[in-house]
Design a protein around this ligand. Sequence first.
Ligand SMILES: [Zn+2]
Length: 332
Amino acid sequence: MDSKHNEPKTLQEAIAFYSNPNNALAYMVLLRWPDGIVTCPACGRDDVVFLHNQRKWQCKSVHPKRQFSAKVGTIFEDSPIAIQKWIVAVWMLSNCRNGVSSYEIARAIGVTQKSAWFMLHRIRLGLQTSGGKLGQGPDSEVEIDETYIGGKARNMHRAKRERLSRDGGMQGGHGKAVVMGMVERGGKVKAAVLGHKREKKLMHQIIEGNVMPGTWIHTDEFSNYDGLSDKYTHFVVNHLESYVEGNVHTNTIENFWSLLKRGLGGTYVAVEPFHLFRYVDEQAFRFNNRKGVDGTKLTDADRFNIAMSQVIGKRLTYTELTGKSGEEQTPF
Ligand SMILES: [Zn+2]
C-alpha cells in the first residue's frame, strides 16, 4: 500500500485487501513507524533484521524481547489472532452504523464467537472518546440530556429472561442504567454511564469537567440541572409544549440516543451492565467521526484510519476486560 488510491473503500474491498498478510503488515508498519524505519521497541536500534518466515523483526543487540512483531506495544500485542483479522474487525466496528455483533465478526474473519467478542471489546477501548472540553467557540451551544438503557428482554431466551426477572431486572438488579450525554451542536458528543441513579452532584461534576464555562447549554426541566446558570447560560426546554421554542431544544442529543438504542437493541442481543460504557464509547466514536474538522463527510476508509491510529495506542488485558482487576470507566 504505497498510495492513497490503493486504499480499500468498502467492507468487501477491505476484507479482500487486508486478508493478504503482506498488505496488513505494510499497513501496520506505516501506522507504527510513519517514516518507514522499523526500530527495536526495547533499545531503539534501527538496523533490525526482518525475518520473512515469521513476519517479525530481530534486533542485532542481545537482550530480552529482541524479536518483535508489528503488534508489539499495541492492543493486539498479546493476542494469537493474526493482524489481518484484527484489521478487518476494526473496519467493521468503526463503520457499521448500528454496530456489529460478535457473530458477524466471527463469520467475516473466521474466528470463534468468543474470540470475536473479546476482539470487539478491545477495539472499543481504543475508540474511547477523549480530547478537550465541549464549547470552545464563542457561539458554541451544548445540549445535555440523560436516557435510560435496559436489556432487551424480547431478544433473550425465555429461561434467561425469567431468571433475570426473578433476580430483579437486567441491570444488576436495580432496573435500567442511566447514560448521560453532552453534544455540541455541529460538533462532538461525550457520554458516560452514570449507573442506576441520576445524582445531581455527579451530573454537575461531569458537566463542569466536559463543558467550558460560559457556554450556552440546553437541557430539559429536570431539577438536577438547576444551579448551572452560575457557570453557563442555561436554556430550559419545555417538553410539554408541542413546538420547539426558537433554538431551545435537545434534538441533537436525542438523535444520538436513538442511534445508541438502535445499535444496542438491534445488534447486541444482551449487554452486560458492566460493559455498557464500551458500547456508548463505540457509538460516540462513529458519531464524532461522521465529519472531518473542515465539515466534509468522512469516508469509511477515513474512519477506519482514525480508529486504527487510536486503537494501536492502547492496551487492555483480559483481566481488565472481564473486570477481574479494578478497571473503572475512564472516558473523561
Ligand atoms: Zn534492541
